[in-house]
Design a protein around this ligand. Sequence first.
Ligand SMILES: Nc1ncnc2c1ncn2[C@@H]1O[C@H](COP(=O)(O)OP(=O)(O)OP(=O)(O)O)[C@@H](O)[C@H]1O
Ligand SMILES: [Mg+2]
Length: 402
Amino acid sequence: MNRRFLPTGAQRAALSLIKSGAKHILLFGGARSGKTTILVLALIFRSLRYPGSRHLVCRLRLKDARSSVLHETMIPWLNRIIGTKLYKLNRHDNYISLYNGSEIWIGGLGDKEQVDRILGHEYNTIYFNEVSQISYHAVTTAYSRLAMKIPGCKNLFLYDCNPASPLHWSYRVFIRKIDFKTDTPIVRPEMYESMLINPEDNRTNLAEDYIEDVLEILPEKQKARFRYGQWVKGEGCIYDRFTEEMIIAPDDLPEMEYYTGGQDFGLNIAGVKIGYHEDKIYVVKDHGGHNITTKTFNDQLTRKGWFEDDFPVYCDPAGGERIQEITGGIKANNAVDSGLDYINSLIERERFYISSECSGVLSEIWDYSRDEDDKIIKINDHYMDALRYAIFSPVQQGIIIG
Ligand SMILES: Nc1ncnc2c1ncn2[C@@H]1O[C@H](COP(=O)(O)OP(=O)(O)OP(=O)(O)O)[C@@H](O)[C@H]1O
Ligand SMILES: [Mg+2]
């Protein structure tokens, strides 16, 4: 059995980056380029090097973390490196305990029980796998858990992804080094490092025909992402006419004539506040919460001064009794296709703007897409639903002439 791990040249460079002193390290690039392997190996090395340490690997969904990280990568490499006897997989709890007291946990940031379970511990490393699917909010929720103290061990956040849209939070934070919340330059940019790693770099470990026969013949946009690791707007993007020029600074917002709100419920609760001025509409505020009650969320909005203006808040009609807990809450119109068409027509006519403060809406709008069967991909769509409720419900009810 091959007990040695031989990193590719790019993986060697990634290891240097991990040791460079940066706190956040993103590996992005094409498919099967060795990103997950090297980050999992880094986690294994760290757990062996620092007895009693704890590390977390998370994805949006636990089942994906289990299949693509735990079973395809982590366990085979652990078996090769330390054999099968020096660690134990605790299946029920989804963590691995090593002979030296270290632990590696696996979790999903999009599942409620999962979040409670994994965020109940402290870690030395948190590795976010495939961040193109994870919202900025979910990632930052986990940040406070990187708090375990082990002498000599510098705690790290690791990330990987196939590149998403150039306006995805990961591109803004890691490549442009812009704070996603405030839209200003990141205060300590040296803490954020990233590296492009492509299938070409991993050619020796791939099936002979994979690059030429699979990646090379993908449709243009997919080829750009999966063969060359480029940040491009996704196929099937719903608001694909939305551009960066439609993002405006809060100080440049006009005086609004009136407002409406939109509210989505769930593990990721999200609300938006829309202002209207002449024939233009402006997303002026958004707010999200993770795993909190409707009442707590509404209290937060109140404290933020949302309700100083009196306005209707159109809520997810499936919200039932929760609707009453939102100030001004009433049932939204949930006609999906006509709602999306309406917002798209506003975008096309340059009547739609988003305040740069609205990090929730801005983290979703670029990748809000349909799949090959034309179905909306129900990932990171909470602000998108809230947006549609807020804008389209009043149009339908005839209160506002669009
Ligand atoms: N240093 C290595 N030695 C042997 N095999 C490797 C090495 N690095 C990667 N591989 C193999 O290459 C394949 C792709 O690696 P990996 O899953 O890490 O890529 P990835 O960039 O995370 O891919 P994706 O974009 O699909 O998530 C896997 O089969 C993995 O086992
Ligand atoms: Mg991977």
